[in-house]
Ligand binder design. Structure first.
Ligand SMILES: Nc1nc2c(ncn2[C@@H]2O[C@H](COP(=O)(O)OP(=O)(O)O)[C@@H](O)[C@H]2O)c(=O)[nH]1
Ligand SMILES: [Mg+2]
Length: 353
């Protein structure tokens, strides 16, 4: 789930899943321990059933035996209907045709396997664990439109971090809705007990930048491993609200010149091609490092991740100095366990039924 780098030696209890620190100081990054002990099978089923409609419409294309232009035409339509968008659809079809030619494949079922390979390869660069511990206090800001699942995902993430004995502080920077503050506090409470503690910094009716600044300063002073700022939802077209978000980012940098270490966009998997528009717009304003794609347990078609992957690839080619975009987590439900790491191969399998 996370990649822990240079883990601190715990005060008392041994750290779950982490290798003991070597004598004489920090472990080199290559010895990072990756946590992710929850059984994955159940949630893959959830992802599969969420994406089933897409899967069955793509799989149907391969029900005939012939590999001809009609098959590619149908496949094009199915990928477009799955929200892959014109660019990624064209990219995948070109890649697939080349694989079919090279392999001398004449059987439609074998073409389906090659499509899965092409899709998994396109998605692969998005697969990267969220790194915690490269710096003493990892600061993340979480952004997105209203209702995308920001607060829920932060709650799930905070629980997972607390389980891994990380000290977490949440900044309730969604100061528009009083309920948002309470929602975050409720998640923090849920973590309590055996799981460790998650603190929340909030202000009644405060300014989002001020709340975030206070939280980052407090998080560093209290020796927190992770500070996560939950921001209010907004559309990228609401320019004044995007300016407000830039201000939040600026004050974080004032509190810690290296921060924010992560700028995460939460996108609702049901928004189709609009998700790509959100990724572009929030990236242009803030410079995204990663995505959390939620609600893949519902009616989401999932193909938009292919479009995001193609866009990320073009972004990496045009701006090689930028950190490549990652899909850190997928949301497949409303409970704590329903936040899972992204695997390109698993996603391709689920998408193709
Ligand atoms: N089915 C499902 N519902 C989700 C998921 N993530 C969030 N939600 C629900 O989406 C709604 C909005 O979530 P919230 O976190 O408040 O969105 P925010 O406005 O971005 O903070 C809530 O009812 C959540 O329970 C998910 O992965 N699957
Ligand atoms: Mg919220």
């Amino acid at each position: 789930m996370f990649s822990f780098l240079r883990k601190k030696v715990p005060d008392s209890a041994p750290q779950q899943g982490a290798a003991p620190a070597p004598p004489g100081g920090a472990a080199p990054p290559s010895t990072s321990a990756v946590l992710g002990t929850t059984p994955r099978l159940g949630w893959i089923e959830r992802l599969r059933s969420g994406l089933r409609r897409t899967g069955s419409s793509i799989t149907q294309v391969f029900s005939g035996a012939r590999v001809d232009d009609a098959l590619y035409d149908e496949l094009e339509a199915a990928l477009l209907m799955a929200d892959a968008g014109p660019g990624a659809t064209r990219f995948l079809l070109d890649d697939l045709k080349q694989r079919v030619r090279q392999g001398g494949v004449r059987d439609a079922a074998a073409v389906r396997v090659l499509l899965e390979d092409a899709l998994a390869e396109l998605l692969a660069p998005l697969e990267r664990p969220l790194e915690i511990g490269r710096v003493d206090c990892t600061v993340m800001m979480v952004v997105g439109v209203n209702g995308a699942g920001k607060t829920t995902s932060i709650g799930k993430l905070a629980c997972r971090l607390a389980e891994a004995r990380q000290k977490v502080l949440l900044a309730a920077a969604d100061t528009f809705r009083a309920a948002a503050r309470e929602q975050l506090a409720a998640w923090a409470e849920r973590v309590g007990g055996t799981r460790g503690t998650v603190e929340v910094v909030s202000q009644q009716g405060g300014d989002p930048a001020a709340v975030t600044y206070d939280a980052v300063v407090a998080g560093r002073a209290r020796g927190c491993d992770v500070v996560i700022a939950d921001t209010a939802g907004r559309l990228p077209t609401q320019l004044h609200l995007m300016e407000e978000l830039k201000k939040v980012q600026r004050v974080i940098t004032k509190a810690d010149p290296q921060a924010p270490h992560e700028v995460l966009l939460v996108v609702d998997g049901n928004t189709g091609q609009n998700a790509l528009a959100q990724v572009r717009a929030f990236d242009a304003a803030l410079g995204l490092t990663g995505l959390i794609v939620t609600k893949l347990d519902g009616t989401a078609k999932g193909g938009v991740l292919a479009a995001v992957a193609l866009w990320a690839r073009e972004r990496a080619a045009a701006q090689p100095s930028l950190r490549p975009l990652a899909v850190y987590f997928l949301g497949v439900g409303e409970t704590l366990e329903d936040l899972q790491t992204f695997s390109a191969r698993e996603f391709a399998q689920a998408l193709l039924g």
